[in-house]
Design a protein around this ligand. Structure first.
Ligand SMILES: Cc1cc2nc3c(=O)[nH]c(=O)nc-3n(C[C@H](O)[C@H](O)[C@H](O)COP(=O)(O)OP(=O)(O)OC[C@H]3O[C@@H](n4cnc5c(N)ncnc54)[C@H](O)[C@@H]3O)c2cc1C
Length: 387
């Protein structure tokens, strides 16, 4: 049993850390306060090939292993979790197109998605259906050689930059069970009737836009049906969400790491009663609690990622990692805030942003209650065993 990153992964982590130290950390606070889109950071991520992480090399992608994939999200979130969001749903949809797309779809989209010339996101959630995706109302009706799509989506991250945006629809609204009538259709930016209505105001996660989208008689060539066969949309999305959950777990580790670093550094600098506050046992207990949970979350995330690398289905492992690591991120950011006293509440210090960014980790890619249900289902099915 070896809990260490291999040489390649260590070298990759070093490059990522240098990038985050040089280009993300210095601007994160200012950009997020002033609502500046991180255009230069996106360019460097593209130059580094990060938009092609889940794309096979034959299409110009990096096709990184899942542990390295986790490292990208961990390191970037250590600098600014919002920026990690730019790569999150992009990578998920690239993975979906690479694994489920037709040859024409792969040839048409993957090379440009790998370089970041094209970018993407994922359109699942609707105003009346998030967890319950089988309850979506967006429909796509085949008319001749085109699908006509009608409906609306909400909370769509990267919506203003996505081209194409994979959208979950009902191609057979009467199917029973409903998932048998669900499909994913690739909608290109600029298609008449496809409109990004507005950016939703958010507590945190401000590096990227999350939007309301409306689809009003949007006509899309039937060749844009992902995989070319109707009724496979739910499976395509669920298999993509597995990688998505590793990404959220890793982002949570990054947030918790940043909280830990902020807390330990501040505790050595801040003096009270004539000594650094790090000398107080009450502060030491918080540091120990943050660090121990952080390390456990990290190991669990790498465990889920390396199991995926071994070619196994990791619904339970990714669910456990996402659930545990996101709760650690929330705890760590709050405890780091306590270590900072009043300054922890100030927008001048990073912990205030970590505290606002962390809760999303317990919601995105399935809420933590849903993660617990996924874990329990896997345990009860007998497919996985603990101990
Ligand atoms: C900042 C942000 C970015 C996002 N980006 C995207 C994106 O890019 N693309 C996209 O498609 N979506 C995106 N989402 C949506 C996100 O995936 C959903 O918010 C999430 O899946 C939960 O769905 P919901 O909000 O409809 O909550 P609901 O499904 O209404 O859940 C409300 C509560 O009920 C609980 N609940 C629901 N069903 C059950 C059940 N069966 N058993 C027990 N408890 C249950 C939930 O756990 C939760 O506590 C984003 C959301 C946010 C906040």
């Amino acid at each position: 049993m070896d809990f260490n990153l291999n040489e390649e992964q260590l070298a990759f982590k070093k490059v990522l850390r240098e990038f985050v130290e040089k280009e993300i950390k210095p601007v994160a606070n200012q950009y997020e306060k002033e609502g500046i889109y991180p255009t230069e950071i996106v360019k460097t991520m593209a130059d580094m090939g990060l938009f092609g992480m889940t794309i096979p090399e034959e299409y110009g992608g990096l096709n990184v292993d899942m542990v390295s994939f986790a490292l990208v999200f961990e390191e970037i979130a250590r600098g600014w979790m919002g920026v990690a969001g730019i790569l999150g749903s992009h990578s998920l949809s690239c993975w979906m197109i690479a694994h489920h797309g037709t040859q024409e779809q792969k040839d048409k989209y993957l090379p440009d998605l790998a370089t970041g010339k094209r970018r993407t996101g994922i359109g699942l959630t609707e105003p009346d259906a998030g967890t319950d995706l089988q309850g979506i109302r967006t429909t796509a009706r085949l008319e001749g050689d085109e699908y006509v799509i009608n409906g609306s989506k909400t909370w769509i991250t990267n919506a203003r930059h996505a081209d194409p945006l994979p959208v979950l629809v009902k191609t057979d609204p009467n199917a029973s069970p409903a998932h048998k009538g669900m499909s994913v259709i690739l909608v290109e930016a600029g298609t008449p009737g496809f409109e990004v209505l507005k950016d939703i105001g958010k507590l945190g996660y401000k590096g990227t836009e999350s939007c309301e989208v409306v689809l009003n008689n949007v006509r899309v060539p039937k060749e844009n049906l992902l995989g070319g066969v109707e009724g496979r949309g739910m499976q395509q999305v669920l298999s993509g969400l597995e990688t998505g959950r590793v990404n959220i777990a890793a982002r949570s580790v990054g947030i918790a790491q940043a909280a830990y670093e902020a807390a330990i550094n501040y505790s050595k600098e801040r003096k009270a009663f004539g000594q650094p506050i790090s000398e107080f046992q009450a502060i030491q207990l918080k540091l120990a609690e943050i660090a121990t949970n952080l390390q456990a979350a990290r190991l669990m995330t790498y465990w889920a990622a390396s199991k995926a690398d071994a070619g196994e289905r990791v619904d339970m492992e990714a669910g456990m990692a996402k659930y545990f690591a996101s709760e650690v991120a929330i705890m760590a950011s709050l405890e780091a805030m306590r270590v900072h006293g009043g300054y922890g509440y100030s927008t001048e210090y990073v912990v205030e942003r970590l505290y606002r960014d962390a809760p999303l980790m317990s919601i995105g890619e399935g809420t933590n209650d849903i993660m617990k249900m996924v874990i329990a289902k896997s345990l009860l099915s007998g497919k996985t065993q603990i101990g």
